[in-house]
Design a protein around this ligand. Structure first.
Ligand code: B12
Ligand code: SF4
Ligand code: SF4
Length: 323
């Protein structure tokens, strides 16, 4: 009798990724991004606003062979962060622990497992929004989903409320088929629902008008004409995902032990209450509340600015925009 054949390495790696808790896993060959031209145009149009880091290493970002010399493939993963949670002043992705930490720990564990399975060192590096990688392009190439008109990577089984991470490896792995179909059809719900009309065309977002950018990445005051449109969004924005039929049908509930469950300081809090709480914090209160949270990214000055905008919006008639 012949011994049963071991599953192929690619299958073992993906099984290990699912075992580590990832919801999606695929393998992509590295190379020039298919959307490199779209990315260049996006930068040239100024749509990155003041996120200068995107332009600084644009040549590396548009070619996924460049971040890790010698790397030829990427294991690309998705991790759900719970689209069934109710809307609130803080975007769903930012209510719990910092996804960079959660995902990087799991991706490094996967890297270690691959090395021990093969019995040798495999040069490589994990990225989760932490390096010059066009993650959505790579994820589409790994078969994880299509690029929606709202620019989100959408998966037909789980919608778009998931993070993307990648492990770039100097290892010869058979790639998965890229996700070749587009399931947006004639729908334009995300484009129509955006309170600031930040989409200049399907698939193209002008960050300078996006509430996510304005409340997280932007430094300095939020431009006067956009302030009322921020409404009571204190940090990030999920509106173009909330209206998407793929999310209303397939978004998932958070597991009880999910690291992305809302922290007590945020859970169930109404916007004005949370805004006042932020403005009343001293340095050490701020540090304690947001330790290990992605909300640290806006820094104290950014969160205070957002809190003031939210309170200011409470004192005027609500916007009659599409929300
Ligand atoms: C900069 C950035 C932002 C900016 C700009 C977003 C944008 N759409 O460009 C701002 C601050 C606004 C932002 C907001 C958000 N972000 Co963000 N962001 C990034 C970051 C760091 C780079 C994205 C980038 O390169 N943008 C430039 C544009 C040109 O590229 P792109 O977004 O990949 O868009 C592609 C398509 O638009 C496509 N394309 C362009 N033209 C055309 C035309 C056609 C016909 C087609 C088919 C495709 C196409 O090509 C582009 C290149 O791949 C990535 C992490 C990373 N390293 O990739 C996270 C990332 C994209 N963000 C993420 C998240 C979760 C968000 C928010 C939901 C957070 C929130 N709730 O507030 C919002 C969503 C807003 C939105 N609709 O995109 C996730 C998305 C996961 C997913 N399932 O898609 C990422 C991947 C982070 C991660 N590791 O999980 N983000
Ligand atoms: S995140 Fe909000 S503001 Fe930004 S494009 Fe989507 S709906 Fe518009
Ligand atoms: S709302 Fe409609 S157009 Fe927008 S991403 Fe979802 S399916 Fe595509």
């Amino acid at each position: 009798m012949t011994a049963p054949r071991a599953p192929r390495l690619e299958h073992r790696i993906k099984a290990q990724a699912y075992g580590l808790g990832f919801d999606l896993a695929g393998i992509a060959p590295l190379g020039i991004a298919e959307s490199a031209g779209a990315f260049d145009e996006w930068i040239a149009n100024g749509y990155a606003g003041d996120m200068a880091y995107l332009e600084r290493r644009a040549d590396v970002r548009r070619d996924s062979r460049r971040p890790v010399p010698g790397a030829t493939c990427a294991v690309v993963v998705g991790l759900d962060y719970g689209g069934r949670e109710p809307s609130g002043p803080v975007a769903r992705y930012a209510r719990g622990d910092d996804y960079h930490d959660v995902m990087l720990d799991k991706l490094r564990a996967l890297h270690t497992w691959i090395e021990s399975d093969l019995g040798r060192d495999i040069p490589g590096k994990a990225y989760v929004d932490t390096g010059p990688v066009l993650e959505r392009d790579l994820a589409r190439r790994a078969g994880l989903g299509w690029l929606g008109k709202n620019t989100m990577l959408l998966n037909p089984r789980i919608g778009s409320y998931f993070f993307i991470g990648s492990l770039l490896l100097d290892l010869d792995l058979a790639p998965d088929a890229p996700f070749a179909t587009d399931h947006c059809g004639s729908c334009t719900r995300c484009l129509d629902a955006c309170p600031t009309q930040a989409f200049t065309a399907p698939h193209v977002l002008d960050s300078r008008r996006c509430i996510s950018y304005l409340t997280i990445e932007h430094r300095g005051e939020i431009p006067g004409e956009l302030r009322p449109l921020v409404g009571d969004l204190l940090y990030g924005c999920d509106i173009c995902q909330e209206v998407c039929p793929w999310n209303t049908k397939f978004a998932r509930a958070l597991a009880d032990d999910s690291p992305f469950a809302a922290r007590p300081a945020i859970a169930g809090k109404e916007a004005a209450t949370l805004a006042r709480q932020i403005l009343a914090m001293d340095d050490s209160g701020f540090r304690d509340t947001f330790r290990g949270s992605p909300m640290k990214r806006a820094k104290r000055a950014g969160l205070e600015r957002n809190a003031r905008v939210v309170l200011e919006n409470r004192t005027r008639p609500r916007s009659t925009g599409p929300r």
